[in-house]
Design a protein around this ligand. Structure first.
Ligand SMILES: Cc1cc2nc3c(=O)[nH]c(=O)nc-3n(C[C@H](O)[C@H](O)[C@H](O)COP(=O)(O)OP(=O)(O)OC[C@H]3O[C@@H](n4cnc5c(N)ncnc54)[C@H](O)[C@@H]3O)c2cc1C
Length: 379
C-alpha cells in the first residue's frame, strides 16, 4: 500500500515506525527544516508511552525522560492546594514521564530510520483521483497514494480537504513557553500556580525545565507586550509566591520563547475517501490535562493496527474502524481537558478564591479520573 504521512510530528513518526514494523514503507513529508525547530516539554502518560514497548524504544524513552512523580497545584500566592502522587496513583499502568518534544521525535525517528522522510516540504493541497490521491506541495506533485494520513497538527491543511474549514475554540488565554536551566526547579516534581488571571507551570525534563506563563491574551499576548521576555517578567512580578528562578532565567529574545494561543478544535469526521486525520488534526488538545501527545500516539497505534489488516482496496473500511475505535475516546479526553481549563483559566479574584477552596477537597481520584479511566479501559 502506498501511504503518505503528512507531518513528522508525534503522531506521524509513531505511525511511520509502527507501519515499518509491519513491513510497509510509508513516505513522510514535514514542513519544518529539522526536529529541533519548536522544542517544548511533554508529559507522556502510559496510554501513549506504552506504544514504545512494541517499537523497542522504551529504554531509550526512559533514558531521555524524567519521572513525573508528583504534581503540586498551588494558588496564586504560592500556597500548595494539593499534591498528587502520580507515581502512586498511576504506577500500576506504567510510567508517567516528561521529556522534550525534540527528544521524543528523535527516538521515534530512530525506531524506523529508513522510512523516507522529506523535510522542509509543506503539503498545500490534495487531489482526489478516486482510486488514488495526489499530494501537492506548493504546486509540485509529491506523487499518487492509496492513502494520505493528515498528521499535520492543530492547524492542519489536510483537515480542510477532509472536513472543510473548522473553527478554533479559543479560551481567550495564551501562554509564553521557554526553557530554564535544570537548577530552576526540583527534579521529578511538576508545580503549577493557579492564580486569578495568571497561571504558571514548571515542568522538569531530564536536563532542563520547561516553563509556561499564561494569562488572558489581551493582557499578555504579542499585541500587548510584543516579544520581549523582560516585559513578561514585569507582568508576573506581582504574582507573589511563584518560584522566581524560571523568570530569572527567561531568555532575553523572543526567538527563544514562543507564544501559544490556548485553543483547540475537533473535526466532525476523521476521513474522506482515502484521506484520514490523526492526532491534533482530528482532535486537538489544550495542555491542561497533558494528554494530547499520548492520545496522538495511541491513535497511531490503532490506525497501524487497522491498516495492518487491510490492503489498498480495503482502506475505506479500515478508516471507518479506526474512527469508531478512536473518536469517542479522544473527544472524551478533549472534553476533560476543556473542563480543567475552565477551572484553571479564571480571571475574577473572588471566583478564583472560591475555586482555590474547592480544590483543597479534590482528590487525585477525582482530578485524574479521566486519565485513570483511559488507562483501565481496553482500546
Ligand atoms: C507548549 C506545549 C506543551 C504541551 N504539553 C503537552 C504535554 O505535557 N502532554 C501532552 O500529551 N501534550 C502536550 N502538548 C500537546 C501535544 O504537543 C500535541 O497534542 C501533540 O504534539 C499532537 O501530535 P501531532 O503529531 O498530532 O501534532 P504535532 O506534534 O504538532 O505534529 C504536526 C507536524 O506536522 C507538521 N506540519 C504541519 N502542517 C504541515 C504541512 N502542511 N505539510 C507538512 N508538514 C506539516 C508540523 O511541522 C509538525 O511537525 C503540548 C503542546 C504545546 C504546544
Amino acid at each position: 500500500m502506498r501511504v503518505l504521512i503528512v507531518g513528522a510530528g508525534i503522531a506521524g513518526l509513531t505511525l511511520s515506525a509502527l507501519l515499518r514494523q509491519k513491513g510497509m514503507v510509508p513516505q513522510i513529508v514535514e514542513r519544518a527544516d529539522d526536529f529541533h525547530a519548536s522544542g517544548y516539554m511533554l508529559a507522556l502518560f502510559p496510554m501513549g508511552n506504552r506504544v514504545l514497548h512494541g517499537l523497542g524504544a522504551y529504554d531509550a524513552f526512559r533514558a531521555a525522560s524524567e519521572p513525573m512523580d508528583t504534581y503540586t497545584m498551588c494558588n496564586g500566592h504560592g500556597e500548595p492546594m494539593q499534591t498528587f502522587d502520580i507515581a502512586g496513583a498511576l504506577g500500576k499502568y506504567g510510567d508517567t514521564r516528561q521529556l522534550s518534544r525534540a527528544d521524543l521525535l528523535q527516538l521515534l525517528r530512530n525506531a524506523a530510520p529508513d522510512v523516507p522522510l522529506r523535510m522542509a516540504t509543506r503539503v498545500t493541497a490534495l487531489v482526489d483521483h478516486g482510486a488514488e490521491v495526489e499530494a501537492l506541495a506548493e504546486g509540485e506533485s509529491l506523487g499518487r497514494f492509496d492513502l494520505v494520513v493528515g498528521a499535520d497538527g492543530i492547524h492542519s491543511t489536510v483537515r480542510q480537504h477532509v472536513a472543510g474549514e473548522i473553527a478554533m475554540r479559543p479560551t481567550g488565554w495564551g501562554g509564553w513557553v521557554w526553557w530554564a536551566p535544570a537548577a530552576a526547579a526540583p527534579r521529578t516534581k511538576v508545580t503549577e500556580y493557579w492564580g486569578a488571571g495568571r497561571f504558571v507551570g514548571v515542568y522538569p525534563v531530564r536536563d532542563r525545565v520547561g516553563v509556561i506563563a499564561a494569562g488572558p491574551i489581551d493582557e499578555i499576548g504579542h499585541a500587548r507586550i510584543g516579544g520581549r521576555g523582560a516585559r513578561l517578567a514585569e507582568l508576573f512580578a506581582d504574582y507573589r509566591g511563584v518560584a522566581r528562578e524560571p523568570f530569572a532565567a527567561m531568555p532575553a529574545s523572543d526567538r527563544d520563547m514562543f507564544f501559544w494561543a490556548l485553543e483547540d478544535c475537533r473535526a466532525p469526521h476523521w476521513s474522506k475517501g482515502r484521506v484520514v486525520l490523526m492526532g491534533d488534526s482530528a482532535c486537538a488538545f489544550l495542555p491542561t490535562a497533558g494528554v494530547g501527545a499520548s492520545m496522538a500516539m495511541e491513535s497511531a497505534a490503532v490506525l497501524a493496527d487497522e491498516l495492518g489488516r487491510s490492503d489498498a482496496r480495503g482502506v475505506a473500511l479500515a478508516l471507518q474502524h479506526y474512527e469508531t475505535r478512536r473518536r469517542r475516546r479522544a473527544e472524551g479526553a478533549q472534553t476533560a481537558s476543556r473542563r480543567i481549563a475552565s477551572m484553571m483559566f479564571i480571571s475574577s479574584i473572588p471566583v478564583a478564591w472560591g475555586r482555590d477552596h474547592l480544590m483543597k477537597f479534590y482528590s487525585i481520584e477525582e482530578f485524574g479520573k479521566e486519565i485513570e479511566r483511559s488507562l483501565s479501559e481496553p482500546i
